[in-house]
Design a protein around this ligand. Structure first.
Ligand code: ATP
Ligand code: MG
Ligand code: MG
Ligand code: MG
Length: 439
């Protein structure tokens, strides 16, 4: 991409409405625009990051055996009357009446709809396990939308739903998602900590919130520092091996970790004093086993090996990709702007042409651009007439992992200057060496 032809509406001033750093930087870097309270457009730079994040989520969902579908945003109220949630959900639900006076709603989540899909097609335990997910916009009329896409009203969610014959199967499905979540957040460059979360009337211990520690987080959390050093399962983890997964989940749920709702001072006090970390955190994911809560009232049953009908045992598993972008920025920035982990960076490298119009600078820039593109780096070339200072500031702000500066002096010496955004380290390299370093 050439910046002269791109749409990157950077803001010079700090927007007054932004209270936290990720909101401020997303606005300043031209990633998002607010259209109404808690409702955002993803501008080109934001859309690129969102696509990267969703691609990682998708890969890890698929790897774990979940299957992608796409359910609509608008749902008929009748489905929610079946589960009893139409009245229970309250003011967070956006209710809509169509021209035929039918009650509809903008989905805040999809348990009812996916249960309806399941009951329409699946009859036998032999078709289980099944896990269906989608990545779709949700609407929740939050009382206090704030912090940009961190707490929006319209926001993107990956939500997966597992169906199993019995608790044992559901527990294995839960473990698969648990491990997929560890991998997903790790690949986004984040340290996530699975924390015991409230299971409400369902009971049991199968609910975890995946939390990113950050001072600006809305949750109060308590956890053992051991989590900060734990190694995340690699891509070779065998999702068909229930015992292997159970062992991983066992390891990741042994040290203390709970959100304030589940916090237990008596147990906490047994954690050695110097290992206790009480902090604030951002909920980026939530997995939950709820058994037959929907399958029973909605009649989602399968024939078991015993020849009898059984309501299926279900779980749901959410990640907020839009919130995740904000969490990544909260975890990775400095005074000059965002510092993207390579895996989710909107472009792999920025090239700064210091003198557009100068034949050498233009040729070198174009040549490097082609080489990087061929090496799969996806560069952003700043070929604008801005002054050098503004170009450097813009590159720092948008946080691409690498910056490559091309100017007449370097060209005279046969080199370009390569800067690592995270470390600030600069090196003078030949274009070949620069491509090798960055690619
Ligand atoms: P919160 O406690 O922050 O209100 P929640 O517990 O209501 O979140 P879930 O129903 O568990 O959210 O939804 C799954 C995921 O969707 C959350 O873990 C979060 O990543 C994301 N999410 C939920 N609400 C929002 C929101 N208002 N804006 C952005 N992302 C959200
Ligand atoms: Mg909520
Ligand atoms: Mg929550
Ligand atoms: Mg939650």
């Amino acid at each position: 991409m050439r910046l002269s032809r791109y749409f990157l509406p950077l803001l010079k001033e700090n927007p007054k409405e932004a209270e936290i750093v990720s909101h401020r930087l997303m606005l300043r870097a031209g990633m998002i625009r607010q259209q109404a309270a808690g409702i955002y457009t993803m501008l080109p730079l934001g859309k690129r990051v969102l696509d990267k994040v969703c691609a990682i989520i998708r890969e890890e969902q698929d790897r774990s055996g979940a299957i992608e579908i796409l359910m609509p945003t608008i749902q008929p109220a009748d489905l929610w009357r079946e589960s009893g949630r139409y009245d229970d959900y309250g003011k967070e639900m956006l209710r809509i009446v169509d021209r035929h006076e039918r009650d509809m709603l903008y989905g805040p989540t999809n348990e009812e709809m996916v249960t309806d899909i399941f009951r329409s097609y699946v009859r036998s335990y032999k078709d289980l396990p099944l896990n269906l997910y989608h990545i779709q916009w949700k609407f929740r009329d939050e009382v206090r939308p704030r912090f940009g896409v961190m707490r929006g009203r319209e926001f993107l969610m990956k939500d997966a739903y597992s169906f199993d014959l019995d608790y044992e199967g559901a527990r294995a499905a839960y473990n698969r998602m648990f491990v997929a979540y560890l991998r997903t957040f790790d690949r986004c460059g984040l340290k996530s900590i699975p924390m015991r979360a409230d299971t409400g009337p369902i009971g049991g211990d199968l609910s975890h919130e995946f939390i990113i520690l950050a001072d600006t987080g809305e949750s109060e959390v308590f956890c053992d520092r051991a989590y900060l050093e734990m190694e995340v399962p690699g891509a070779d983890v065998d999702f068909s091996n229930d015992d292997e997964l159970a062992a991983i989940v066992g390891k990741w749920t042994t040290p203390y970790a709970a959100t304030d709702e589940m916090h237990d001072e008596a147990v906490w006090s047994k954690t050695p004093e110097d290992a206790r970390l009480s902090a604030r955190g951002i909920e980026v994911g939530h997995i939950f086993h709820f058994g037959t809560k929907y399958s029973e009232p909605m009649g989602a049953t399968v024939m078991g090996p015993d020849g009898k009908e059984h309501p299926v045992s279900m779980g749901s598993y959410g990640i907020g990709p839009t919130r995740l972008i904000a969490a990544i920025i909260e975890a990775s920035h400095d005074d000059n702007g965002i510092i993207w982990p390579e895996s989710v960076a909107p472009f792999g490298a920025g090239i700064i042409n210091m003198k557009p119009g100068n034949a050498d600078c233009d040729n070198w820039s174009e040549d490097l651009y082609t080489r990087l593109a061929n090496a799969g780096v996806d560069p952003l070339l700043d070929d604008t007439d801005e002054r050098a200072g503004a170009k450097f500031a813009a590159m720092d702000l948008i946080g691409l992992p690498w910056q490559i500066v091309i100017g007449p002096r370097g060209i005279g010496n046969g080199v370009v200057e390569v800067k690592n955004r995270r470390t600030g380290e600069k090196q003078e390299l030949t274009p070949e060496a620069a491509v090798n370093l960055v690619a």
